[in-house]
Design a protein around this ligand. Structure first.
Ligand code: SF4
Ligand code: SF4
Length: 130
């Protein structure tokens, strides 16, 4: 008899518990914030314009003003690759150039060693870009 009463009590508790919870929604876990869209990648044209407008090669000790002018070179070697006239490395101001920061470049002496793209390829192949 007592056993039956205990079982009945347990059943009642269970039913009441279910009823109590039934109407409530389980709170949803907070949704992770959507990452903000990455800065739109620049087009090749925009890159070229930015490099041309910000290049400081002309202030560099390795830059040969007259020879470069005759060869039609205006710097931007990180984009266009090696110079036809600069052969000596007498210092490089690329680390101070806004292009280095904007494009996250990590090399220098592009005029004698090749474009950033070439440096990256060399590094990928284990050449080290130097
Ligand atoms: S990083 Fe160097 S080569 Fe490229 S734009 Fe700047 S100064 Fe010129
Ligand atoms: S790439 Fe570097 S070393 Fe060459 S001219 Fe430009 S700043 Fe000077």
């Amino acid at each position: 008899m007592l056993k039956n009463v205990a079982i009945a009590a347990v059943m009642v508790c269970l039913v009441l518990g279910i009823v109590a919870c039934g109407g409530q929604k389980v709170p949803e876990a907070p949704k992770a914030e959507m990452p903000k869209p990455a800065e739109q990648a620049m087009t090749d044209t925009e890159k070229a314009e930015f490099v041309a407008a910000n290049c400081i090669c002309a202030t560099c000790p390795s830059f040969l003003k007259e020879e470069c002018a005759k060869a039609g070179e205006k710097g931007a070697y990180c984009l266009v690759g090696k110079s036809k006239v600069i052969t000596e490395e007498n210092g490089c101001v690329c680390p101070q150039c806004p292009v280095t920061a904007k494009m996250a470049l990590k090399w220098g002496y592009y005029c004698t060693r090749g474009s950033a793209k070439e440096m990256m390829a060399m590094e990928t192949q284990g050449g080290g870009g130097k």
